[in-house]
Ligand binder design. Sequence first.
Ligand code: NAD
Ligand code: TDX
Length: 331
Amino acid sequence: MKVLVTGAAGFIGSNFVIRSRQVRPDWQLTVLDAMTYAANLSSLDPVIDDIDVVKGSVSDPAVVDELVAAHDLVVHFAADSHNDNSLEDPWPFIETNIVGTYQLIQAVRRHDKRIHHVSTDEVYGDLALDDPARFTEETPVNPSSPYSASKASADLLVRAWIRSFGLQATLSNCSNNYGPRQHVEKFIPRQITGILDGVKPKLYGEGTNVRDWIHVDDHNDAVIAILEQGRLGETYLIGADGEMNNRDMIALILELMDKPADWFDHVPDRPGHDLRYAIDSTKLRRETDWQPTHPDVRSGLEDTIAWYRDNQDWWRTAKVVAEARYERLGR
Ligand code: NAD
Ligand code: TDX
């Protein structure tokens, strides 16, 4: 099977390609990535001789048409992905996440191929801290930020193309990922790399916001399970019961890195900051044989800390740029 993977020089896509080479060595993989600030081509070093890499944008119809025509399946990770950046400049989020997805589904439809659209739990908005409910596939979309609104828009396009044009597609909405090769602008790598440099973690507001953490390999195994066992036209929520508030996450990172529990700074909160995400993944577990293999966030985090300690060349340049941006935002 010939698989086109968009956005695979980024965090989740690069881990998907590495994982796929291990568990599905017969797949022929092509990466399409615009190589934005969020990309790091060296993430693909372990598999670079076994894959094709094309530099180009998902919002470029000519590039997309030619590549889609030459493959059986598209796994669509490409996105502008950071909420804080979307609050500063929403346009790249509209162009890549909405227009890019439109170009892909038009090409998939034209050439009668299949696509899996990778999305986020953020499209559902947020939950109260004391709400016993979790997000399900039936939860109405209610996004808060330009990033999550652009992802919700893309999801709705894919769903409409399924219904109106019979697009061969599946969708997944996953909770917060952690693991190796995540950009240092994101919460967990920002704190780990800061501590390695002797800088205190930065907690937005009071830090009571809850995220539902899942290891990136568990996310990608779920995507593979949906590709092979999911039903066309369906949406699947992916989560591994990893709810934790940001304050507790910082405390755990500090403990694992031998720092005192109070060694962090409060910084101004993110505007519109979603309070809590929580995923009910019953449908995925009922319809496929997927199970998380890294259910213990503590041990997953230990491995992640070791990865950032051992791969400083991978993140040092991006760290300088990301922290200059945070300094401008006062965070
Ligand atoms: P990332 O920012 O690390 O990587 C995104 C990649 O997409 C980068 O390599 C970038 O160069 C590429 N890209 C950006 N614009 C492009 C364009 N126009 N054309 C082609 N490539 C382009 O993001 P990530 O965290 O790996 O997220 C991947 C996907 O998973 C996104 O769709 C995101 O919404 C979704 N998701 C992420 C999380 C999470 O916790 N990180 C959770 C759920 C879903
Ligand atoms: O320095 C920080 N301090 C802090 O307290 C940063 C960078 C973040 N935070 C908080 C904000 C969030 O409550 O930590 C939490 C996680 O922040 P991010 O890593 O920016 O993730 P989030 O906004 O939850 O979105 C992530 O998960 C869903 C990904 O970036 C999205 O791409 C994905 O869709």
